[in-house]
Design a protein around this ligand. Structure first.
Ligand code: SAM
Length: 345
């Protein structure tokens, strides 16, 4: 009979509660750093469990703050833990945790901005696997600051597309929190009212798993919105097999007029004098009905539209750098305003 493997757990010595740590070190939450501390141990453990088995793995935690999630990660016995925290006031409480597990987990505390940190330098080279293999023993976990979460995920998707940073090591998984609305957009399928550019970009490069919600009341201070916990696993083969920037441009323009026929947005990929004719050609090549609305287009159909756009700019390189938003003349400015109002990331 097979014997179930029991996961090794690290027992931390008695530590002050997170509430006491906040009091002890006078860690008043700073709004400018989107500091909302998760106070419920049950939900903290649920986030860490959602990331799967992390025993003996390398975990990078973004924005550990006073260390609630960090404690839960340590208990799961990772081999290495990298903490990236912008606010140096949290150093003493994080050092306390590093000390408490000194002989069991190798903890690196980095005081810095995640948007400027190359995480690959902290990941051991022996963690590397082939891209087509199952994901490597490396995880990114974080209750992300709202102020950087969307920028960060777009930046990480681009790195995934190039197999850079933590994705030099293979299909590194991420379990992250987002404002509920952003998490819903990431996971939204066709016909969903939340479907937008972010949905297509995330789903082209990753499997998006919406794990569960956390009510705003579980945080201190309470944010205005609830939070969604999402796990992203990079796909072996992206759905849209074209450069990230090109894909982003096509998907952004198509969604720029969300409620209109999608070809209206696609027309803005081309200069005014030719846009109706060339956008129609793009839709014909892709075999998509021009009156389809953006949220009715599947990921595979977006792939065909991006391929068709790529064919067109190969034939007409002069269109490649056309930017509808560049204020060249009065006409352009009026149109750009229309795009800004209707654009929904
Ligand atoms: N992990 C803690 C928890 O769950 O209670 C704190 C989460 S709080 C929402 C976000 C954390 O990210 C804060 O500790 C904040 O200081 C940190 N932070 C904000 N901007 C950051 C950035 N650009 N790079 C790294 N950390 C950042």
């Amino acid at each position: 009979m097979a014997v179930a493997k029991t996961a090794l757990q690290i027992r931390l010595p008695p530590l002050p509660s997170i509430k006491d740590v906040i009091k002890l070190y006078k860690l008043r939450a700073l709004r400018e750093l989107s500091q909302n501390f998760l106070m419920e141990p049950r939900l903290i453990d649920k986030i860490v469990r959602a990331s799967g088995n992390i025993q003996n793995h390398t975990v990078c935690e973004v924005g550990p703050g006073p260390g609630g999630i960090t404690r839960s990660i340590i208990r799961q016995a990772p081999k290495k833990l990298v903490l990236i925290e912008k606010d140096p006031r949290f150093l003493p409480s994080l050092e306390l945790l590093a000390d408490a597990c000194r002989d069991k987990v190798d903890v690196d505390i980095i005081t810095g901005d995640i948007l400027k940190t190359d995480l690959s330098q902290f990941i051991p080279s022996d963690a590397k696997v082939h891209w087509l293999d199952p994901p490597p023993p490396v995880h990114l976990i974080g209750n992300l600051p709202f102020s950087v979460s969307t920028i960060l995920i777009i930046r990480w998707l681009e790195m995934i597309s190039k197999h850079e940073g933590p994705w030099l090591f293979g299909r590194t998984r991420m379990t992250l929190t987002f404002q509920k609305e952003v998490a819903e957009r990431m996971a939204a399928r066709i016909l969903d009212k939340q479907r937008c550019r972010l949905s297509v970009m995330c789903q082209s490069w990753c499997t998006v798993k919406y794990n569960f919600d956390i009510p705003g009341t579980a945080f201190l201070p309470k944010p205005d919105v609830d939070v969604g916990v999402v796990t992203l696993t990079p796909l072996k083969h992206p759905i849209i097999k074209l450069p990230f920037k090109l894909t982003e441009k096509v998907v952004r323009q198509i969604f720029s007029m969300r409620q209109k026929y999608s070809i209206r947005g696609a027309q803005t990929l081309f200069p005014e004098e030719v846009r109706e004719e060339v956008a129609l050609k793009m839709y014909n090549i892709a075999d998509i009905d021009p009156v389809t609305r953006p949220f009715q287009i599947t990921n595979m159909e977006f792939a065909r539209l991006c391929e068709a756009y790529n064919d067109i700019i190969k034939q007409h390189p002069e269109f490649e750098h056309y930017d509808y938003r560049a204020p060249k003349n009065k006409n352009n400015l009026i149109n750009a305003e229309e795009v800004n109002i209707e654009c929904n990331m």
